[in-house]
Write a protein that binds this ligand. Structure first.
Ligand SMILES: Nc1ncnc2c1ncn2[C@@H]1O[C@H](COP(=O)(O)OP(=O)(O)O)[C@@H](O)[C@H]1O
Ligand SMILES: [Mg+2]
Length: 237
């Protein structure tokens, strides 16, 4: 269980995350939507230990992770991808993933085994020995997910992994996310594509200006007046 309790993040005078609370479990996929600047990435930074909340706390089962560092949070079982893909471009796919695998083992063969397994899971096995610099965007997104999976997370946080992909490619990434989720990994996903939100989002949360403005099923959230106003600037007529 991941419990977010009244989390706020201030940058000087700006409240980027404003009193956000929710909970999620490994048996669900949580989609976070909201306009640019809503605070979604900042919230992910708090959940993954890259930022400390100004107030509030995050509990992962019985562990308070709000004041832990990113490496400690990753070891505890929460791993994230970044909105801007940033692989080690001069390293192969396999080596990129092995870097993550070394978080949970010091042994070369174990790290390699684990990395190969994950690379197959994300569908990059044929490109294992390619340099990251030569991957296409959809494959870079898969690599980003593989790097995050290499630390064997309980929860995986995916920040706009579909951005820049066309709809068939988005659905292929959604297939991969469903496979990962089915083996027991909790997934939190920042997503803009409504087709994907409707496909994956049993549980959807919408943020605007740091605040939670709606939460529920994809259908309920997308139809809610607050979300219509935030996205389209119109109320129900
Ligand atoms: N490190 C930072 N310092 C100052 N302001 C920031 C920082 N990171 C994000 N912000 C601001 O916080 C707000 C939320 O940003 P962000 O979390 O990236 O939104 P989203 O991911 O929903 O687009 C924005 O106004 C952004 O400019
Ligand atoms: Mg963002």
């Amino acid at each position: 269980m991941l419990n977010v309790e009244n989390v706020s993040v201030r940058f000087g005078g700006l409240v980027a995350v404003d009193d956000i609370s929710f909970e999620t479990r490994t048996d669900s996929i949580l989609c976070i939507i909201g306009p640019n600047g809503a605070g979604k990435t900042t919230l992910f930074s708090v959940l993954s230990g890259f930022l400390r909340p100004t107030s509030g706390r995050v509990r992962f089962d019985d562990l308070d992770i709000s004041s832990m560092r990113a490496d400690q949070v990753a070891l505890a079982g929460i791993s994230r991808t970044f909105q801007i893909v940033r692989p080690f471009r001069d390293m192969t796919v396999l080596d990129n993933v092995m870097v993550g695998a070394y978080a949970s083992t010091r042994h070369y063969h174990e790290a390699r085994e684990q990395a190969m397994h994950i690379i197959a899971e994300v569908g990059l096995d044929k490109k294992r020995d390619f340099l990251a610099a030569y991957l296409t965007l959809p494959d870079l997104k898969r690599l980003e997910v593989a790097k995050a999976l290499a630390t064997r997370p309980t929860y995986l946080l995916l920040d706009e992994v579909m951005a820049g992909l066309n709809l068939p490619e988005q659905h292929q990434v959604a297939d991969m996310i469903e496979t990962i989720h089915q083996r027991g990994v909790g997934v939190l996903l920042v997503e803009h594509s409504l087709a994907i939100v409707q496909r994956l989002g049993q549980h959807v949360l919408c943020m605007d200006s740091g605040r939670k403005i709606a939460e529920g099923t994809a259908e309920d959230v997308i139809r809610s007046e607050a979300v219509q106003v935030a996205y389209m600037g119109v109320g129900n007529v």
